[in-house]
Design a protein around this ligand. Structure first.
Ligand SMILES: Cc1cc2nc3c(=O)[nH]c(=O)nc-3n(C[C@H](O)[C@H](O)[C@H](O)COP(=O)(O)O)c2cc1C
Ligand code: SF4
Ligand code: SF4
Length: 260
């Protein structure tokens, strides 16, 4: 097993970019993807175990909480987490701390990937995509030096009441938004969205995608569609797509990415 293991969920690639940069800084790291059930859960021999994920509806995306509960970490491992978000980290760090008792955590704000809620430029504080990426890289480098130094934080990650309300309402909103997923005639039937969907929620019928109701709002299908054919209601028709410049659809679909 690698010396370091990072569990990662990512929709537009921001978190995977952060995880890759941390892995490059630490060396000898397995990045285990958590879009679907993780390939590897017994990491008791790893010296450092990290979790990198976005804030989604004030909480954790997809089945991340369930997957983190499956992870077995050694008693002496150094445990850290990074939450990427548009404006605020929400409950994710607090939930993961409750499961693995984190030594260290950090928040990195990046481009907003929630295209149906707001244009990407509406992140807080506002920055164009290239500057947001640069800032993310600078903040990630700081995380790397803290983790290498074994920095330990006192206290606990916050769990604001507002985010608790938001996260409680999120599943209902998700179902409503999932019902609005459609593909236009711009679709070329490449099938990438089918492969990318972590829930198996997309099927090709007569060469065109058909969406079910089991959607965790990762928005990868919509953001990575090469023809920009996928929409989620009228709001997304004219909004520009965003995906992290350093992450490919193939990487998002990987189970484990090893970085020496
Ligand atoms: C469905 C959805 C919900 C989101 N909810 C929040 C939120 O509640 N607060 C926030 O600050 N950012 C929110 N975001 C923004 C993401 O956390 C942010 O863009 C993050 O960098 C995405 O990382 P990723 O590309 O690895 O998925 C949301 C994004 C999506 C797609
Ligand atoms: S990724 Fe886009 S072009 Fe390819 S099948 Fe899906 S909707 Fe069609
Ligand atoms: S349907 Fe699209 S947004 Fe929903 S889970 Fe699948 S890939 Fe993600």
């Amino acid at each position: 097993m690698s010396k370091n293991v990072i569990f990662c969920f990512s929709g537009t690639g921001n978190c995977l970019d952060i995880a890759k940069n941390i892995a490059k800084g630490l060396g000898d790291t397995d990045i285990v993807m958590m879009r679907k059930a993780p390939e590897l859960t017994n990491v008791v021999k790893a010296e450092r175990v990290g979790f990198v994920f976005p804030c989604c509806g004030g909480g954790l995306p997809g089945k991340v909480e369930e997957y983190v509960r499956r992870v077995a970490v050694g008693p002496d491992a150094y445990k850290f987490a990074v939450c990427s978000c548009a404006g605020y980290p929400g409950l994710g760090l607090s939930i993961i701390d409750g499961i693995v008792d984190l030594d260290y955590w950090s928040v990195i704000s990046h481009q907003s990937s929630c295209i149906w809620l707001m244009p990407h430029s509406m992140m807080v504080p506002p920055l164009p995509a290239d500057k947001a990426q640069k800032r993310s890289e600078t903040l990630t480098a700081r995380v790397v030096s803290d983790v290498l130094a074994g920095k330990k934080l006192s206290g606990k990650p916050s769990a604001p009441a507002f985010n608790k309300m938001e996260a409680a309402l999120w599943p209902q909103l998700s179902v409503k938004k999932a019902a609005k997923l459609t593909a236009t005639d711009a679709c070329v039937g490449c099938g990438q969205c089918v492969e990318l969907c972590p829930r198996g929620n997309i099927k090709l019928e007569n060469g065109k995608p058909v969406f079910g109701g089991d959607c965790v709002q990762c928005l990868s299908c919509l953001q990575f569609c090469p023809s920009e054919a996928i929409h989620m209601g009228g709001a997304t028709l004219k909004r520009e797509r965003y995906r992290n410049p350093n992450v490919s659809a193939a990487e998002l679909m990987a189970k484990v990415i090893h970085i020496d």
